[in-house]
Ligand binder design. Structure first.
Ligand code: SF4
Ligand code: ZN
Ligand code: ZN
Length: 340
Protein backbone atom coordinates (compact mmCIF):
# COMPACT_ATOMS: atom_id res chain seq x y z
CA UNK A 1 0.00 0.00 0.00
CA UNK A 2 1.22 3.49 -0.81
CA UNK A 3 2.11 5.47 2.31
CA UNK A 4 -0.50 8.04 1.42
CA UNK A 5 -3.31 5.50 1.59
CA UNK A 6 -4.63 5.56 5.13
CA UNK A 7 -6.33 3.01 7.25
CA UNK A 8 -9.45 4.17 9.11
CA UNK A 9 -9.64 5.17 12.74
CA UNK A 10 -11.81 3.10 15.04
CA UNK A 11 -14.01 5.02 17.46
CA UNK A 12 -12.23 5.92 20.70
CA UNK A 13 -8.77 5.28 19.31
CA UNK A 14 -5.88 7.58 18.53
CA UNK A 15 -6.76 10.06 15.84
CA UNK A 16 -4.31 10.76 13.07
CA UNK A 17 -2.37 13.96 12.95
CA UNK A 18 -1.45 15.43 9.59
CA UNK A 19 1.58 17.12 11.02
CA UNK A 20 4.34 14.60 11.44
CA UNK A 21 6.85 15.74 13.98
CA UNK A 22 8.75 13.99 16.70
CA UNK A 23 8.24 15.62 20.05
CA UNK A 24 11.89 16.40 20.66
CA UNK A 25 12.46 18.14 17.37
CA UNK A 26 11.67 21.60 16.07
CA UNK A 27 9.27 22.00 13.12
CA UNK A 28 11.25 21.74 9.92
CA UNK A 29 11.44 24.83 7.69
CA UNK A 30 9.74 24.59 4.29
CA UNK A 31 13.14 24.49 2.64
CA UNK A 32 14.24 21.33 4.52
CA UNK A 33 15.20 18.54 2.11
CA UNK A 34 14.75 14.78 2.58
CA UNK A 35 18.13 13.17 3.24
CA UNK A 36 17.28 10.29 0.89
CA UNK A 37 15.32 11.72 -2.07
CA UNK A 38 15.86 15.52 -1.70
CA UNK A 39 12.11 16.26 -1.82
CA UNK A 40 10.61 18.35 0.98
CA UNK A 41 11.34 16.84 4.41
CA UNK A 42 8.62 16.79 7.07
CA UNK A 43 10.11 14.39 9.62
CA UNK A 44 13.22 15.18 11.61
CA UNK A 45 15.29 12.36 13.12
CA UNK A 46 18.04 14.13 15.07
CA UNK A 47 19.41 10.84 16.44
CA UNK A 48 20.18 9.79 12.85
CA UNK A 49 21.21 13.30 11.72
CA UNK A 50 18.54 12.94 9.03
CA UNK A 51 15.32 14.56 7.78
CA UNK A 52 12.83 12.57 5.73
CA UNK A 53 9.74 12.90 3.60
CA UNK A 54 6.98 10.49 4.65
CA UNK A 55 7.78 7.92 1.99
CA UNK A 56 11.48 7.78 2.83
CA UNK A 57 10.67 7.64 6.55
CA UNK A 58 8.60 4.49 5.91
CA UNK A 59 11.53 3.07 3.92
CA UNK A 60 13.94 3.91 6.77
CA UNK A 61 11.65 2.36 9.39
CA UNK A 62 11.07 -0.87 7.49
CA UNK A 63 14.77 -1.20 6.76
CA UNK A 64 15.54 -0.91 10.50
CA UNK A 65 13.04 -3.70 11.24
CA UNK A 66 14.38 -5.82 8.39
CA UNK A 67 17.88 -5.38 9.82
CA UNK A 68 16.61 -6.70 13.13
CA UNK A 69 14.78 -9.61 11.49
CA UNK A 70 17.93 -10.67 9.64
CA UNK A 71 19.55 -11.31 13.02
CA UNK A 72 16.80 -13.76 14.03
CA UNK A 73 16.67 -17.35 12.74
CA UNK A 74 13.10 -17.11 11.44
CA UNK A 75 12.25 -19.23 8.39
CA UNK A 76 10.75 -17.33 5.45
CA UNK A 77 7.63 -19.50 5.30
CA UNK A 78 6.84 -19.86 9.00
CA UNK A 79 4.07 -18.00 10.81
CA UNK A 80 5.14 -15.64 13.57
CA UNK A 81 2.77 -15.19 16.49
CA UNK A 82 2.65 -11.48 17.37
CA UNK A 83 1.61 -10.53 20.92
CA UNK A 84 -0.63 -7.49 20.50
CA UNK A 85 -2.03 -5.20 23.17
CA UNK A 86 -3.62 -2.63 20.85
CA UNK A 87 -0.89 -0.09 21.70
CA UNK A 88 1.38 1.59 19.16
CA UNK A 89 4.35 -0.77 19.56
CA UNK A 90 2.63 -4.09 19.05
CA UNK A 91 0.39 -2.86 16.23
CA UNK A 92 3.36 -1.25 14.48
CA UNK A 93 5.34 -4.50 14.85
CA UNK A 94 2.46 -6.49 13.38
CA UNK A 95 1.98 -3.99 10.54
CA UNK A 96 5.65 -3.92 9.53
CA UNK A 97 6.00 -7.68 9.66
CA UNK A 98 2.98 -7.99 7.37
CA UNK A 99 4.32 -5.25 5.06
CA UNK A 100 7.70 -7.00 4.90
CA UNK A 101 5.95 -10.16 3.74
CA UNK A 102 6.11 -12.28 6.90
CA UNK A 103 3.24 -14.59 7.76
CA UNK A 104 1.75 -13.55 11.07
CA UNK A 105 -1.02 -14.32 13.53
CA UNK A 106 -1.92 -11.98 16.38
CA UNK A 107 -2.63 -12.97 19.96
CA UNK A 108 -4.34 -10.68 22.44
CA UNK A 109 -4.58 -11.35 26.17
CA UNK A 110 -7.54 -9.79 27.93
CA UNK A 111 -6.34 -8.88 31.43
CA UNK A 112 -9.81 -8.03 32.79
CA UNK A 113 -8.94 -4.39 33.56
CA UNK A 114 -12.29 -2.56 33.30
CA UNK A 115 -12.39 -0.13 30.39
CA UNK A 116 -8.78 -0.62 29.39
CA UNK A 117 -9.01 -4.28 28.40
CA UNK A 118 -12.12 -3.76 26.27
CA UNK A 119 -10.53 -0.77 24.49
CA UNK A 120 -7.34 -2.75 23.95
CA UNK A 121 -9.21 -5.69 22.40
CA UNK A 122 -11.26 -3.30 20.26
CA UNK A 123 -8.06 -1.72 18.86
CA UNK A 124 -6.67 -5.15 17.98
CA UNK A 125 -9.93 -6.28 16.36
CA UNK A 126 -10.20 -3.06 14.31
CA UNK A 127 -6.58 -3.28 13.13
CA UNK A 128 -6.80 -6.98 12.24
CA UNK A 129 -10.13 -6.44 10.45
CA UNK A 130 -8.72 -3.66 8.25
CA UNK A 131 -5.67 -5.68 7.28
CA UNK A 132 -7.44 -9.00 7.10
CA UNK A 133 -5.04 -10.54 9.61
CA UNK A 134 -5.86 -13.62 11.72
CA UNK A 135 -5.75 -13.34 15.51
CA UNK A 136 -6.83 -15.16 18.66
CA UNK A 137 -7.83 -13.75 22.03
CA UNK A 138 -7.50 -15.29 25.49
CA UNK A 139 -8.83 -14.05 28.80
CA UNK A 140 -6.49 -14.29 31.79
CA UNK A 141 -9.51 -14.81 34.03
CA UNK A 142 -10.90 -17.64 31.86
CA UNK A 143 -7.53 -19.42 31.86
CA UNK A 144 -6.27 -18.85 35.40
CA UNK A 145 -9.46 -18.04 37.30
CA UNK A 146 -8.41 -14.52 38.27
CA UNK A 147 -8.27 -11.22 36.42
CA UNK A 148 -5.24 -8.96 36.89
CA UNK A 149 -7.23 -6.57 39.16
CA UNK A 150 -8.34 -9.64 41.22
CA UNK A 151 -4.70 -10.64 41.66
CA UNK A 152 -3.66 -7.09 42.48
CA UNK A 153 -6.12 -7.03 45.36
CA UNK A 154 -4.71 -10.28 46.76
CA UNK A 155 -0.92 -10.05 46.45
CA UNK A 156 1.57 -7.61 47.86
CA UNK A 157 4.10 -7.80 45.04
CA UNK A 158 4.12 -5.02 42.43
CA UNK A 159 1.35 -5.97 40.01
CA UNK A 160 3.48 -5.45 36.90
CA UNK A 161 5.93 -8.19 37.85
CA UNK A 162 3.05 -10.65 38.51
CA UNK A 163 1.19 -9.58 35.36
CA UNK A 164 4.38 -9.92 33.29
CA UNK A 165 5.01 -13.42 34.64
CA UNK A 166 1.44 -14.57 33.88
CA UNK A 167 1.44 -13.05 30.40
CA UNK A 168 4.81 -14.64 29.59
CA UNK A 169 3.61 -18.09 30.53
CA UNK A 170 0.29 -17.76 28.73
CA UNK A 171 1.96 -16.44 25.56
CA UNK A 172 4.37 -19.38 25.64
CA UNK A 173 1.48 -21.79 25.98
CA UNK A 174 -0.56 -20.15 23.23
CA UNK A 175 2.39 -20.23 20.81
CA UNK A 176 2.83 -23.97 21.35
CA UNK A 177 -0.93 -24.56 21.20
CA UNK A 178 -1.09 -22.72 17.88
CA UNK A 179 1.63 -25.05 16.57
CA UNK A 180 4.08 -22.16 16.15
CA UNK A 181 7.73 -21.75 17.09
CA UNK A 182 8.34 -18.00 17.26
CA UNK A 183 6.64 -15.22 19.17
CA UNK A 184 7.26 -11.52 18.51
CA UNK A 185 6.66 -8.69 20.95
CA UNK A 186 6.59 -4.93 20.41
CA UNK A 187 9.52 -3.99 22.68
CA UNK A 188 11.28 -0.98 21.22
CA UNK A 189 14.65 0.74 21.55
CA UNK A 190 13.48 2.84 24.52
CA UNK A 191 12.19 -0.26 26.36
CA UNK A 192 15.39 -2.18 25.81
CA UNK A 193 17.73 0.72 26.63
CA UNK A 194 15.70 1.60 29.76
CA UNK A 195 15.75 -2.01 30.89
CA UNK A 196 19.49 -2.27 30.34
CA UNK A 197 20.11 0.89 32.35
CA UNK A 198 17.88 -0.36 35.18
CA UNK A 199 19.66 -3.71 35.30
CA UNK A 200 23.07 -2.06 35.26
CA UNK A 201 22.14 0.38 38.04
CA UNK A 202 20.97 -2.54 40.19
CA UNK A 203 23.79 -4.81 39.04
CA UNK A 204 21.37 -7.59 38.07
CA UNK A 205 23.95 -9.76 36.30
CA UNK A 206 21.52 -12.57 35.49
CA UNK A 207 19.06 -10.25 33.80
CA UNK A 208 21.81 -8.37 31.96
CA UNK A 209 23.18 -11.58 30.49
CA UNK A 210 19.74 -12.68 29.32
CA UNK A 211 18.80 -9.32 27.78
CA UNK A 212 18.64 -9.79 24.04
CA UNK A 213 16.30 -9.00 21.14
CA UNK A 214 16.39 -12.74 20.32
CA UNK A 215 16.04 -15.56 22.82
CA UNK A 216 16.40 -19.15 21.65
CA UNK A 217 14.15 -21.83 23.07
CA UNK A 218 15.37 -23.55 26.23
CA UNK A 219 12.64 -26.18 26.52
CA UNK A 220 10.35 -28.09 24.13
CA UNK A 221 7.43 -26.02 25.44
CA UNK A 222 9.18 -22.66 25.08
CA UNK A 223 8.98 -20.67 21.84
CA UNK A 224 11.80 -18.56 20.44
CA UNK A 225 11.30 -14.89 21.24
CA UNK A 226 12.02 -11.98 18.95
CA UNK A 227 11.74 -8.20 19.27
CA UNK A 228 11.50 -6.83 15.71
CA UNK A 229 11.28 -3.18 16.89
CA UNK A 230 14.40 -3.12 19.07
CA UNK A 231 16.20 -0.83 16.61
CA UNK A 232 13.48 1.85 16.44
CA UNK A 233 12.51 4.36 19.13
CA UNK A 234 9.09 5.03 20.64
CA UNK A 235 8.99 8.38 18.82
CA UNK A 236 9.81 6.74 15.50
CA UNK A 237 7.03 4.20 16.11
CA UNK A 238 4.53 6.98 16.91
CA UNK A 239 5.50 8.70 13.68
CA UNK A 240 5.24 5.44 11.73
CA UNK A 241 1.72 4.87 13.09
CA UNK A 242 0.67 8.39 12.09
CA UNK A 243 2.17 8.15 8.61
CA UNK A 244 0.62 4.74 8.02
CA UNK A 245 -2.69 5.68 9.64
CA UNK A 246 -2.48 2.93 12.24
CA UNK A 247 -5.13 3.57 14.90
CA UNK A 248 -3.82 2.46 18.27
CA UNK A 249 -4.90 2.67 21.88
CA UNK A 250 -3.14 5.70 23.31
CA UNK A 251 -3.78 5.42 27.03
CA UNK A 252 -1.35 3.55 29.27
CA UNK A 253 -2.52 0.67 31.42
CA UNK A 254 -4.14 2.26 34.51
CA UNK A 255 -2.19 -0.12 36.77
CA UNK A 256 1.21 0.98 35.45
CA UNK A 257 1.54 4.05 37.65
CA UNK A 258 4.80 4.33 39.55
CA UNK A 259 6.70 1.67 37.55
CA UNK A 260 10.41 2.41 38.06
CA UNK A 261 11.16 1.45 34.45
CA UNK A 262 9.66 4.83 33.45
CA UNK A 263 12.35 6.64 35.44
CA UNK A 264 15.19 4.93 33.60
CA UNK A 265 13.52 5.76 30.30
CA UNK A 266 13.10 9.39 31.43
CA UNK A 267 16.78 9.55 32.33
CA UNK A 268 17.73 8.29 28.88
CA UNK A 269 15.29 10.74 27.26
CA UNK A 270 17.05 13.57 29.07
CA UNK A 271 20.44 12.41 27.72
CA UNK A 272 18.97 11.84 24.25
CA UNK A 273 17.62 15.41 24.23
CA UNK A 274 21.10 16.78 24.90
CA UNK A 275 23.05 14.21 22.88
CA UNK A 276 20.90 12.73 20.07
CA UNK A 277 21.81 9.10 19.39
CA UNK A 278 22.76 8.28 23.01
CA UNK A 279 20.05 5.65 23.46
CA UNK A 280 21.04 3.75 20.34
CA UNK A 281 24.75 3.97 21.13
CA UNK A 282 24.15 2.74 24.68
CA UNK A 283 22.04 -0.28 23.67
CA UNK A 284 23.83 -1.27 20.48
CA UNK A 285 27.30 -0.97 22.01
CA UNK A 286 26.20 -3.44 24.66
CA UNK A 287 24.48 -5.82 22.22
CA UNK A 288 27.37 -5.75 19.73
CA UNK A 289 29.92 -6.54 22.43
CA UNK A 290 28.14 -9.57 23.86
CA UNK A 291 28.12 -13.08 22.41
CA UNK A 292 24.91 -14.42 20.81
CA UNK A 293 22.54 -15.64 23.53
CA UNK A 294 22.53 -19.36 24.25
CA UNK A 295 19.55 -21.39 25.37
CA UNK A 296 19.45 -21.63 29.17
CA UNK A 297 20.34 -25.18 30.12
CA UNK A 298 18.96 -25.54 33.63
CA UNK A 299 15.27 -25.37 32.75
CA UNK A 300 13.07 -27.94 34.42
CA UNK A 301 9.39 -28.81 34.04
CA UNK A 302 6.71 -27.81 36.53
CA UNK A 303 5.36 -30.98 38.15
CA UNK A 304 1.97 -29.30 38.59
CA UNK A 305 1.23 -27.84 35.12
CA UNK A 306 3.99 -29.20 32.88
CA UNK A 307 5.25 -25.76 31.86
CA UNK A 308 8.97 -24.91 31.77
CA UNK A 309 10.38 -23.51 35.00
CA UNK A 310 13.45 -23.30 37.20
CA UNK A 311 13.22 -26.13 39.74
CA UNK A 312 10.10 -28.28 40.02
CA UNK A 313 7.24 -25.81 40.33
CA UNK A 314 6.62 -22.78 38.15
CA UNK A 315 6.00 -19.35 39.61
CA UNK A 316 2.47 -19.23 38.15
CA UNK A 317 1.45 -22.43 40.01
CA UNK A 318 3.04 -21.04 43.18
CA UNK A 319 1.06 -17.83 42.75
CA UNK A 320 -2.23 -19.64 42.02
CA UNK A 321 -1.81 -21.85 45.11
CA UNK A 322 -1.24 -18.75 47.21
CA UNK A 323 -4.29 -17.03 45.72
CA UNK A 324 -6.49 -20.06 46.45
CA UNK A 325 -5.34 -20.06 50.07
CA UNK A 326 -6.10 -16.34 50.40
CA UNK A 327 -9.59 -15.50 51.67
CA UNK A 328 -12.00 -14.69 48.87
CA UNK A 329 -14.07 -16.39 46.29
CA UNK A 330 -13.42 -19.94 45.06
CA UNK A 331 -11.75 -20.13 41.70
CA UNK A 332 -10.88 -22.68 39.06
CA UNK A 333 -8.57 -25.42 40.30
CA UNK A 334 -6.76 -25.96 37.04
CA UNK A 335 -5.11 -23.49 34.71
CA UNK A 336 -5.86 -25.09 31.40
CA UNK A 337 -6.51 -23.11 28.24
CA UNK A 338 -10.23 -23.53 27.57
CA UNK A 339 -11.24 -24.97 24.19
CA UNK A 340 -12.07 -22.36 21.55
S1 SF4 B 1 1.32 -1.98 33.07
FE1 SF4 B 1 1.65 -3.64 34.50
S2 SF4 B 1 -0.42 -4.36 35.01
FE2 SF4 B 1 -0.62 -3.10 33.18
S3 SF4 B 1 -0.47 -4.56 31.50
FE3 SF4 B 1 1.60 -3.82 31.84
S4 SF4 B 1 2.50 -5.31 33.24
FE4 SF4 B 1 0.27 -5.61 33.30
ZN1 ZN C 1 12.35 11.30 0.61
ZN1 ZN D 1 3.21 -24.76 36.90
Amino acid sequence: MDVNEREGTAPGLASRGNRIMLHESRPLPETAKCTRCRKRAVIALPSHHANFCEECFVFFFRRAVLRAMKKFPVKADETILVAVSGGKDSLAAWAVLQDLGYRTKGVHLNLGIPGFSEASEEAVAAFAGKRNLPWVGYSIEAVFGYSIPDIRRRVRRPICSVCGMIKRQLLNRVTIREGLRVIATGHNLDDEAGRLLGNLVRNRRDYIEKQSPYLPSAHPRLPEKIKPLYRVSADEIRTYCRVRGIAYLEGACPLSRGATSHMFKDALDMLEGKMPGTKRDFLFAYLDARPAPKAVEDFGTCEQCGEPCYGTRCSVCTLLDRLREAPGREKRRDASIPPE
